[in-house]
Design a protein around this ligand. Structure first.
Ligand code: 5AD
Ligand code: SF4
Length: 351
């Protein structure tokens, strides 16, 4: 086992794509191998993307969703959730505040909410881009190719849409009415349209094992994603998966670390989900491959309602306090808070 682990690690560190089997071996690291894996990921992070940590302010502007994903608290059948939508004015005001605090990226995220048409969102992006010196990421789920094109032409820089799981039957069971092939096609469109594309997966889903997780990592490599969000599955009480165990911290960190080895230049967030299952989750993630944090800048009164999973981190802190806390955390690790937009190396902005 030890020899197989070392073999897989050295193979990957020599910039060679590991096989599916080698990835499984890395994910099954035990004892001192785990530390070796995390240290290797930390070194690859330093040489691939440097010591800066990028802060991306996230505005969760609507928790309405027409989908019914079995894992997510925003699913349309969850009638116990108080739903909200931010007005255009509130979105603008929130983004202005975040930008004035030094954030250089705003992520506009929502459930799948057709109330915000393609035109409305595109107009919002144009307005934000004309007023503020920020990069814009959209994360609003499944839309038509035409809408993605419209958002891109409006100046949207990045799009996040996780593949969630690379196991096609698990995907369709967990996301009723949808399939993995369509999701991958959307990721391909976004790439063709010139976005910096973000995918990602959950760790610890029911029925998922190292085989599927190795497939997740290889899929992200094949798609050439620029960003990959990897977080533990956290069971939500008002969903069909409420009684399943969630993903573990070490398991999630291993997936993150191997993703870093396979995607040396990608932007990998220390996700809010990993910060929600352990008080040091984000710090630990920053030390095994992550180089991004996405502080929540949603107006305080709405934050508790964006409950994709329970016990979400940073629900009560004021944005200024969160940013102070994150700066301290980042500098305490000998890292620096990035002050630029944090685009990927080959990215061409449209405005
Ligand atoms: N646990 C962890 N992550 C979740 N997400 C949704 N529900 C959960 C959950 N229960 C993540 C998915 C999705 C994003 C909106 O939140 O990965 O992409
Ligand atoms: Fe809606 Fe996304 Fe939650 Fe699915 S994961 S229910 S699409 S917000």
């Amino acid at each position: 086992m030890r020899a197989k682990f070392m073999d897989a690690l050295y193979h990957t560190l020599c910039s060679q794509l590991p096989s599916h089997k080698q990835i499984v071996t890395l994910l099954e690291a035990e004892g001192e191998e785990v530390k070796e894996l995390f240290d290797a990921a930390d070194r690859v992070r330093a040489s691939g993307v440097g010591n800066e940590v990028h802060l991306r302010g996230i505005i969760e502007f609507s928790n309405y969703c027409i989908k019914n994903c079995c894992y997510c608290g925003l699913r349309k059948s969850n009638k116990q959730l108080t739903r909200y939508r931010l007005t255009k004015h509130e979105i603008l005001e929130t983004a202005e505040k975040a930008s004035s605090m030094g954030l250089k990226t705003i992520v506009l995220q929502s459930g799948e909410d057709p109330y915000y048409t393609g035109e409305v969102l595109a107009e919002m992006v144009i307005k934000l881009k004309s007023r503020l010196d920020i990069a814009i990421t959209l994360s609003v789920g499944d839309r038509t190719r035409g809408e993605y094109q419209l958002f891109r032409e409006a100046g949207t820089d990045r799009y996040l849409i996780k593949h969630e799981t690379s196991n096609p039957s698990l995907f369709s069971r967990l996301r009723p009415g949808t399939n993995l092939q369509d999701r991958v096609e959307r990721l391909t469109w976004l790439n063709e349209l010139g976005y910096q594309v973000g995918s990602g997966c959950m760790v610890g889903l029911p029925g998922q094992g190292p085989d599927t997780l190795a497939g997740d990592i290889l899929l992200m490599h094949r798609l050439g994603v620029e960003m990959a969000g990897i977080g533990p599955f956290i069971p939500h009480p008002h969903t069909p998966l409420s009684s399943y165990p969630g993903g573990g911290l070490e398991e999630t960190m291993k997936v993150l670390a191997v993703t870093r080895l396979v995607l040396p230049q990608a932007h990998l967030p220390a996700t809010t989900a990993v910060g929600s299952i352990h008080s040091d989750g984000r710090k630990l993630a920053l030390c095994c491959g992550a180089n991004v944090i996405m502080p929540n800048v949603t107006p305080m009164k709405y934050r508790p309602h964006y409950q994709i999973y329970p016990n979400k981190a940073c629900l009560t802190d004021d944005t200024g306090d969160i940013l102070d806390h994150l700066s301290l955390l980042i500098t305490s690790l000998g890292r620096k808070v990035a002050t630029d937009h944090g685009h990927s190396p080959n990215y061409k902005s449209l405005n």
